[in-house]
Write a protein that binds this ligand. Structure first.
Ligand code: USQ
Length: 386
């Protein structure tokens, strides 16, 4: 298949591109390096150096003989997007190409507006370009479990059937997201569903949980192929942060009471879920939603697991409860369905002590240049400095 990966320079995009390339698909990646610019703005960098995309693609070709073609440009430039789709004519497009951080979006008016304009405009440009140049292609869009928020009822996979005043309909599951970033994904979902209904596009919206993990089978092949793993308060996801904090002997930063419960998955399962979606395309006119996570944990659960595994490696780890910089429920009901991907063949990598211990070992081997100043949260949801 011809597969185009949007956001192919990023934490998830790059290993996804290598995976499809390795299995023999024709792969192109598109990126405008915005993430590298946001890193400079925020004064943060990934745990391990990530060489320029072009160098990584070159190294990949040397090692495997396979080509990953880079397209450098911005999804918000519609002419560029039209040109790429006309030239490459993909069968499937995997869309990671968005501003992915909730804290980044909550910093101020500029970053909130930027996050929504960037994400919503890029996706709209893509939809129009697909209609023009590859209307039969399958869009696999990275959404987020955070679109649903933490409702006091079970979360369905995208759609819910409701009886109301004696009548019944199936509608998109109600959304109550927790940041301007998460809201941008809600807007995307509404736009994509609309184009499936009106133009007959085919799309899979992957409502992904919080991803953790340092490497995949392809990133391990060479140090130049490693992915962009963040541990800072802006771009680092919670478990990745805890691993680096544990590795350097810093206290684990639980926000508030720590009863916040979320769906989690290993980065290797992200790639497998995307692969399953690509290989089982949605029908024309279908807006399909998968809840993409494998297990749910509270933040306290994770902190305790990391502390236990760290202890077994001879590290002493303290868990600290910080004033929560976010406005979110700290104790709540959470039961989100997630069977559709397993029904299609996902065999999850669960977060065992062994998996955690292996990740911790890798992080410890690479923690010489950790900047402990970026552990503490500095962005507050209330608009005041955290
Ligand atoms: N948290 C802590 N301590 C930390 C960092 C986070 O207690 O040091 C808590 C947060 O308060 C929150 C939870 O951990 O309750 C998750 O935070 P996170 O930063 O790991 O994840 P989040 O902001 O929700 O966003 C991440 C990705 C985003 C993706 C989302 C999936 O950055 O791109 O969409 O996970 S989900 O959370 O399911 O919406």
């Amino acid at each position: 298949m011809k597969i185009l990966i949007l956001g192919g320079d990023g934490y998830l995009g790059w290993p996804t591109a290598m995976h499809f390339s390795q299995r023999g698909d024709e792969v192109a990646v598109l990126d405008n390096f915005a993430k590298r610019r946001w890193e400079l703005e925020e004064g943060v960098e990934p745990l391990m150096p990530t060489p320029p995309l072009q160098r990584r693609a070159k190294r990949w070709k040397e090692i495997t003989g396979n080509e990953i073609k880079p397209f450098i440009g911005d999804l918000c430039n519609h002419r560029f997007v039209y040109n790429v789709l006309r030239e490459f004519s993909p069968d499937a497009i995997v869309h990671y190409g968005e501003q992915p951080s909730a804290p980044y979006s909550m910093q101020n008016r500029t970053t909130a507006v930027y996050s929504q304009v960037n994400n919503v405009t890029g996706t709209l440009n893509l939809l129009f370009a697909m209609r023009r140049h590859c209307p039969d292609a399958h869009l696999i869009k990275l959404g987020t479990m955070g679109e649903y928020g933490t409702p006091n009822i079970d979360i369905e996979e995208g759609w819910i059937t409701i009886q109301h005043n004696g009548r019944e309909d199936t509608v998109l599951f109600p959304k109550r997201p927790g940041s301007f970033y998460h809201l941008s994904k809600v807007h995307d979902s509404a736009n994509i569903e609309f184009t499936c209904r009106i133009w007959g596009m085919r799309a899979t919206d992957l409502n992904q949980g919080v991803v953790y993990g340092v490497d995949t089978s392809t990133t391990e092949l060479h140090s130049d192929l490693r992915t962009s793993f963040h541990y800072d308060h802006v771009f680092g996801t919670v478990l990745n942060r805890f691993l680096v904090q544990a590795a350097v002997g810093a206290p684990l930063t639980v926000y508030g009471q720590g009863g916040q419960t979320r769906g989690f998955l290993n980065i290797r399962d992200t790639i497998r879920c995307v692969e399953i979606s690509v290989d089982n395309a949605a029908e024309r006119g279908e807006f399909r939603v998968f809840n993409q996570f494998t297990e749910q944990f509270s933040i306290n659960d994770l902190a305790e697991m990391v502390a236990r595994v760290s202890k077994s490696q001879g590290l002493s780890v303290e868990i600290t409860h910080l004033d929560n910089p976010r406005i979110e429920a700290e104790e709540h009901y959470y039961n989100a369905k997630h069977t559709l991907l397993t029904d299609l063949g996902l065999n999850p990598t669960f977060l065992s002590d062994e998996v955690l211990s292996k990740m911790l070992t890798t992080v410890r081997a690479n923690c010489d240049h950790v900047d402990a100043d970026v552990f503490a949260p500095q962005i507050s949801w209330s608009g005041r400095n955290a």
